[in-house]
Design a binder for this molecule. Sequence first.
Ligand code: 13P
Length: 256
Amino acid sequence: MTEGDVMWQRKWVLGNWKMNGRLATIRTLLTELLPQIHDAQQVQLGVAVPTVYLQEVTECLSGSRIWSGAEDVSQFANDGAYTGETSAAMLADVGARFALVGHSERRQYFNEGNAVLRQKYQHCLSERVLPILCIGETLAEREADQDEAVVAQQLAILADLSLDSVVVAYEPVWAIGTGQVATVAQIAAMHAFIYSQILSLCGAGVKIRVLYGGSVNAQNAADILAVAHVDGALVGGASLQPDSFAAIIQAAQTAE
Ligand code: 13P
């Protein structure tokens, strides 16, 4: 089996730094993290970082097993008069291996919906930047018993794209940055649902990774990663602490 095949059977642990860090703190974080992850040969690793630091992070991580990635990508494909935007081609040019698409904070603060997100997703595919589609319901939607309907609607951008692989991060909005983690039963039910939706949208042959995100930390990672259909974690706050992030990676390395 090639390395390319094996990664679809591994656990994935991706960090999302959000709008945090400075050149100096980033260098310290990576310098402290890298020596701690030597044993984690069975985990697919990455960090999504602020675009302005992407090239620096890519250089710091060259030769390591950690991918650098972007937190967002432009809806526009081609160079042009789009002030402030960063295209998928630019991300690829500075070494990004993946990009988050549709993080709930983008949906909330920038009103990103399916039409824009489908464009972003397609531009990533065109430039061989792996899109990681982020989905998840709000607390009000869950309380109204709409969680599956919302997630199904968010996944609909995957229809008719002829995909042979899909990576989704399920991040219930109410669990992000709150310390309130979804229960094992809630995670298991939603991840099974997401798998079934992807299979029906993309066909039986598609390779799938579904990551959980929302207050994952060194203490709860092992329990979360042991849940059926949880193929990894997308980690916010704890990815800014090298010891915590390394402990989560270690939990993924030993997860069944
Ligand atoms: P926290 O881990 O800080 O809850 O953030 C999760 C997240 O949004 C990752 O994309």
